[in-house]
Ligand binder design. Structure first.
Ligand code: UGA
Length: 433
């Protein structure tokens, strides 16, 4: 089929590239012309394993196109995906102005019956709003059917997830439009769950909120474990054996970050509030997450009460491994606080260094390796569980002024630290001193 995808962020680009890979002819549209020119040459604006190779292959095979011209992009489209951002407003609600603009653009340019698929995460009721904006602004007498098809991919494994997802959710008022989208996705071989539009919109928020709840839950358990001398990893493993609980998303750490959980949890609290429902549990989840980021620094200042002038290595800046994304990363809060108390911060991340330089400028020093970052430092903080950090030769920590590691991601076994005489404070596990 001929498909157009509006928005080439993580969701849009991965959707477009993977749809082209299963045989559709896809035009990705974005208002950022500079980005479009790069993508036309097969250069991906984001780091995502497998994405660049798949882009180049499908461009070369004549199935994948990029343009900043909506009219051109919509010309032959039978299906149009909306995958633009829904950033957080100051009050926590989702800003829908980009989505609404795309709806108007579709209405101005659609010259044939089209299925419009909303991939962007939008509050319950938005797809009905999109439908009415389109219907009101249509330039030609065509039928546009808006359906909800929320995205569940994870950054860092987005391509893998497209082909191996747990489900594809299709929310629609039209059986025919739902079948078109089911058909388009068939080659992925992922189970399809069909429902009404509002329930599909809610499935997306409820899923992210539930996963965030699991994380905040295990983080609270980890804080209690620390006080009682229990080991949260064993607790999580033991809990996870119960299939009703499951073993995923029970890694205690410094709290969730990224472009989705922080934004979507707050948005769902807003959505509930709009219908006069106080989502108390989710409010707690958000509060626990904010508290969790601060605990790492509390541990550091307990060990080094006067941090001024100290050299602290920060390993990992991305909000999680295998991505260069630093949106809502714990590293932003942690480095900011360290800088505020006069610490000399030396940071290293295997992939996110370019983004870090753009965001943190010259407020921190940048190292080219784990070794360089930790050398001569008074303490090492671990913020992202990169394999490069997990598998580092432990000997490198001997080059610190004093071997003190505060690990927000439980990268090392306690025995390993004990054997190497490293003072080690991790999350929800006994300290090694
Ligand atoms: C998340 C969801 O997992 C996806 O299903 C969803 O499609 C996506 O949001 C979205 O709404 O677009 P993502 O933000 O890419 O995906 O990353 P996750 O792997 O879910 O991690 C989110 C945060 O939770 C990270 O900061 C991670 O370090 C943290 N986390 C995750 C934990 O602290 N503990 C865990 O056990 C798991």
């Amino acid at each position: 089929m001929n498909v157009a995808v509006v928005g080439t962020g993580y969701v849009g680009l991965v959707t477009g590239v993977s749809l082209s890979d299963i045989g559709h002819t896809v035009t990705c549209i974005d208002i950022d012309n500079e980005k479009i020119l790069k993508m036309q040459q097969g250069i991906s604006p984001i780091y995502e394993p497998g994405l660049s190779g798949m882009m180049i292959k499908n461009i070369n095979e004549g199935r994948l196109y990029f343009t900043s011209d909506h009219k051109q992009g919509f010309e032959s489209a039978e299906v149009i995906y909306i995958a633009v951002g829904t950033p957080e407003r100051e009050d926590g609600s989702a800003n829908l102005s980009f989505v609404e603009q795309v709806a108007k653009d579709i209405a101005s340019h659609a010259i044939r019956d089209t299925v419009v698929v909303t991939k962007s995460t939008v509050p319950v009721g938005t797809n009905d709003k999109i439908q009415s904006i389109i219907d009101k602004n249509l330039m030609y007498p065509v039928n546009i059917e808006v359906i909800s098809n929320p995205e569940f991919l994870k950054e860092g494994s987005a391509i893998y997830d497209s082909f191996n997802g747990d489900r594809i959710v299709i929310g629609s008022n039209s059986e025919e439009a739902a079948s078109t989208i089911e058909e388009i996705n068939k080659p992925f071989g992922v189970p399809v769950f069909k429902t009404d539009i509002k329930s599909a919109e809610m499935i997306k928020y409820a899923s992210n909120a539930f996963l965030a709840t699991k994380i905040s839950f295990i983080n609270e358990i980890s804080n209690i474990c620390e006080r009682l001398g229990a080991n949260v990893e064993d607790v999580a493993n033991g809990m996870g054996l119960d299939k009703r609980i499951g073993d995923k998303f029970l890694n205690a750490g410094i709290g969730y970050g990224g472009s989705c959980f922080p934004k979507d949890t707050k948005a769902l609290i807003q959505i509930a509030g709009n219908v006069e429902y106080d989502f108390e549990l989710l409010k707690g989840v958000v509060r626990v997450n904010q508290k969790q980021q601060g605990l790492l620094l509390e541990k550091l200042s307990e060990r080094i009460p006067d941090l001024k002038g100290k050299r602290i290595a920060v390993l990992g800046l991305a909000f999680k491994p295998n991505t260069d994304d630093m949106r809502e990363a714990a590293s932003l809060v942690v480095t900011e606080e360290l800088i505020n108390v006069g610490v000399e911060v030396v940071a290293y991340d295997p992939i996110a260094m370019d983004n870090a330089r753009r965001i943190l400028n010259d407020k921190v020093q940048y190292a080219d390796s784990v070794e360089e970052a930790v050398s001569g430092s008074d303490a090492t903080l671990i913020l992202t569980e990169w394999d490069e950090v997990r598998n580092v030769n432990i000997g490198v920590f001997k080059s610190m002024n004093y071997p003190l590691i505060i690990d927000g991601r439980n990268c090392f076994a306690l025995e390993q630290m004990k054997d190497n005489n490293i003072e080690y404070h991790s999350v929800g596990r006994p300290s090694v001193s």
